[in-house]
Design a protein around this ligand. Structure first.
Ligand code: ZN
Length: 183
């Protein structure tokens, strides 16, 4: 792989997404490719509170995490489990069972089944959002170069971090669909 940080093994994905800042930025850049929008009121005036990994909407004054309004909501499962599970799902060409996910990620089989169910729905709906479709999922494993648009987006997210993730973001082959967003 061209990018040193791009996880191309399960172990790599687990290590990569163990950093909650990395996982948060990753999901945020996929959910909001054109900049963070408040899931409550659609405002873009949403400064990031890095210490708590939440956004504070200045319009409706509600706070939200990257999970709010997504398939990851309503569960205590951390992104450090969700993202490697997604990695398994899109990279195992012969399919992946809840038993495998349970074993590999150290969750119960019931939890693994729940995760698989939601992730498959997201693939069907082509979106991490509960309702509308922003993201197309493709089975292609995408490296960094085509994705360096995220560099500017990350700045708009107000997120800085120690190691550079520029161009290394879309490791699951998640393709953004750039559709019109009414403002
Ligand atoms: Zn709001």
């Amino acid at each position: 792989m061209a990018s040193e940080n791009t996880p191309d093994t399960l172990l790599g994905a687990i290590t990569y997404f163990a950093d909650l800042d990395v996982a948060t930025v990753f999901v945020a850049s996929l959910r909001w490719p054109d900049g963070v929008r408040c899931p409550h009121c659609d405002s873009v005036d949403t400064p990031y509170v890095k210490s708590r990994r939440i956004w504070q909407c200045k319009n409706c004054r509600k706070q939200f995490s990257v999970k709010v309004g997504s398939i990851f909501e309503d569960s205590p499962i951390p992104l450090s489990k969700w993202l490697p599970a997604m990695w398994l799902l899109v990279n195992c060409k012969n399919g992946v069972s809840s038993y495998e996910i349970a074993r590999d990620l150290g969750v119960t089989q019931k939890t693994a089944w729940f995760m698989l169910h939601r992730l498959r729905l997201a693939i069907q709906a082509k979106s991490f959002d509960k309702m509308k479709g922003d993201i197309e999922l493709d089975e292609t494993f995408i490296g960094g170069k085509a994705r360096n648009m995220h560099q500017g987006k990350r700045k708009r997210l107000g997120i800085t971090q120690g190691r550079s993730m520029a161009g290394k973001v879309a490791v699951f082959g998640l393709l953004e669909r750039h559709h019109e967003k009414g403002s």
